[in-house]
Design a protein around this ligand. Structure first.
Ligand code: OOG
Ligand code: MG
Length: 258
């Protein structure tokens, strides 16, 4: 990879570590989607070099509400490491982030490696289990504003995630009600069909995008299908829960000062 892209990987990685917002990369240069994924890859490599373990991937902009909220209309991929995972019912420290938001998701656990073009049936055959999930996103860009290449370079805003109890996939994954609560009050409600029409389509999209990057989704990995609703900003003291019909719920508590 060329030196400029390596340098930009250092910039996004340092912004995430220091939780200091940066200017959008695309303001000063033209970045292709391929460049952006190269930056993402190099920034993830820095995490792995520091001892983090890859544990899966996340999709972004698989629902219309998210695409409208952020003004980005392409489905994107990001990488998850063990250091981003919080325990169900655990605590998120706000001080470690810039301007974190949270969104309700569904997660898949893979029972085999996946890549390439898959039908929904093939995608389902690779699913060991599904779970309700919450994703914390934290764009490293000032004011949470970015173009497509910026957000891809910034690992698709991945910051933290929490997975509820794993269970065998229900018969129909496309009709699950999803409600995100702040302190017991529903703040965002949706249905799993908001995720590309069917969450298994998101899993197939993850395999296809990974393939285009020369990557495989590994057995045992988690795939976050993307938010069913728009994201909500976090504030100290909140308990956030995602309740998904037939799957149960997952929660975190938010600690620390704003
Ligand atoms: C990008 C990440 C989008 C989702 O679930 O759609 C995403 C962002 O909104 O900052 O994670
Ligand atoms: Mg998300």
């Amino acid at each position: 990879m060329n030196g400029e892209l390596e340098g930009l990987a250092t910039v996004v990685d340092a912004a995430a570590r220091s939780h200091c917002a940066i200017e959008q990369l695309s303001i000063r240069r033209d970045l292709s989607v391929a460049d952006a994924y190269a930056i993402q890859h190099a920034a993830i490599q820095r995490r792995i070099d520091r001892g983090e373990m890859p544990v899966g991937v996340k999709l972004g902009f698989t629902s219309r509400e998210k695409a409208l909220q952020m003004g980005v209309h392409d489905v994107i991929l990001g990488h998850l490491t063990d250091a981003m995972r919080l325990a169900d019912g655990g605590r998120l420290e706000l001080a470690a982030y810039i301007h974190p938001r949270i969104e309700p998701e569904i997660a898949f656990l893979l029972n085999r490696p996946l890549r390439g073009q898959l039908s929904e049936i093939e995608a389902l055959a690779a699913v060991a289990a599904v779970a309700p999930a919450l994703e914390v996103i934290d764009s490293r860009y000032r004011d949470f504003k970015f173009a497509l290449s910026d957000v891809i370079a910034d690992n698709s805003s991945a910051a933290a995630f929490v997975i509820g109890p794993w269970m065998p996939p229900p018969l129909d994954l496309s009709d699950l009600a999803m409600a995100m609560e702040f302190d017991g009050q529903v703040v965002r409600a949706g249905v799993s069909s908001a995720i590309l029409g069917h969450p298994l389509k998101a899993l197939a999209a993850a395999a296809r995008i990974a393939d285009g990057l020369g990557e495989t989704l590994e057995e045992g990995w988690i795939v976050m299908a993307g938010a069913a609703t728009a994201a909500e900003p976090l504030r100290p003291g909140l308990t956030v829960r995602n309740v998904v019909s037939q799957l149960g719920s997952v929660s975190i508590r938010v600690g620390g000062a704003a």
